[in-house]
Ligand binder design. Structure first.
Ligand code: FAD
Length: 327
């Protein structure tokens, strides 16, 4: 993994920077990839995408939840978004993280929270709830949660990270669930995950093909990689895969022209729309994936509004690298 990638992943994990950035609101270019701070703003974004025949999965951003009150507040905030989606009859569902619901300090509470969300979603015309995958340490919690929920609900699914050696096990385990397939966004050990980009890409393609041939539910191919998208389209044609059982997904603000052209070709398309004040970790992971995304931030550098947070980020980064070098 490159130094640049390590650097941005480390920033994404820094609680102080995340909390500082929260006070400022989406900034440094993050406002191009985060759809505002309020439900009204995200509703407008969803409406605009729906008009283009594009569905949405909403992420009410939240990181570093480490107390009961914040975990319950996160659940309530997610329920509010779901209500807005239902009230406005939008074509949208939710992506949630178990860490946001308390899984890092109280697994029982996290389960109660996700249960309430999935149960409410069911009452909203079976709205889908996707449990996003995070660091490998939390994967066991996700599978345990899914195993309990899926005996009662069919409107829940998760994400398979192709960099994991054990991704195959999950594909085999959940043919009946709606699954999103991604390359994987976190820094993982070479003992459990491929590190080489080509190896990850090859495994990703292999897993997509396996899933498309065995799935009994929707498969979401979530990537900005046009080479992989083209390969998948060809595979769908060659193997007569039912197009109602497969969709492409991209993140809000990235490759919008490509997303629209794929949707216009008749493929189902969903955009992952994050919103809220807790934007920093999400944005740093996007910079880690593709340092060219820094151009989003560079365009904002000249604006005076960003100077305060830049100073803070710069100072903290310096402190962080000094500490890091000592280890
Ligand atoms: C909808 C969605 C949901 C996700 N959910 C999760 C999750 O739950 N857990 C998780 O770990 N990860 C998640 N991810 C992140 C994912 O794991 C990858 O880290 C991320 O998508 C980057 O990989 P990529 O497949 O887009 O292509 P990359 O490997 O980043 O890029 C491959 C190639 O595609 C082209 N390309 C990529 N981006 C651009 C661009 N912006 N402009 C022009 N060309 C570009 C370039 O040629 C590049 O070399 C999600 C991603 C998406 C899209």
């Amino acid at each position: 993994m490159s130094l640049v990638k390590n650097f941005f992943i480390a920033l994404s994990n820094n609680a102080f920077l995340n909390n500082t950035a929260k006070k400022v609101g989406p900034s440094l270019g993050a406002n191009k990839v985060v759809a505002g701070s309020t439900i009204d703003e995200v509703v407008e974004t969803i409406k605009a995408l729906n008009r283009k025949n594009i569905s949405v999965t909403v992420d009410n951003l939240g990181e570093f939840v480490n107390n009961r009150q914040d975990a319950i507040a996160a659940k309530e905030a997610i329920l509010d978004v779901m209500k807005a989606i239902n009230d406005h009859q939008l074509d949208a569902h939710m992506s949630v993280k178990l860490s946001q619901l308390g899984a890092e300090f109280d697994k029982v509470l996290a389960y109660e929270n996700i249960y309430d969300i999935v149960a409410k979603a069911k009452s909203y015309h079976h709205m889908h709830i996707n449990i996003d995958t995070e660091k490998y340490d939390s994967l066991f919690d996700i599978t345990q949660t899914l195993d309990r929920l899926k005996s009662e609900f069919s409107n829940v699914g998760t994400v398979i990270q192709a960099y994991l050696f054990k991704a195959d096990v999950l594909i085999d385990k959940y043919p009946d669930l709606r699954l999103r397939l991604v390359k994987g966004a976190y820094k993982e050990s070479p003992y459990i995950a491929y590190q080489d980009k080509d190896e990850i890409d090859q495994n990703y393609i292999r897993l997509i093909e396996k899933r498309l041939l065995t799935a009994k539910n929707m498969t979401s191919i979530a990537t900005h990689d046009h080479r992989i998208i083209n390969h998948v389209k060809q595979f769908i044609d060659d193997h007569h895969i039912d197009k109602s059982k497969v969709e492409f997904q991209m993140l809000y603000g990235f490759r919008s022209d490509l997303a629209e052209s794929i949707a216009n070709e008749g493929y189902q398309f969903t955009i992952y729309v994050p919103f809220g004040d807790d934007w920093f970790g999400y944005f740093m992971r996007r910079l880690a994936e593709r340092p060219q995304n820094l151009t989003l931030a560079l365009k904002e550098f000249v604006k005076p509004k960003t100077i305060a947070i830049l100073g803070c980020v710069g100072l903290s980064t310096l402190l962080f690298s000094l500490l890091y070098r000592k280890k």
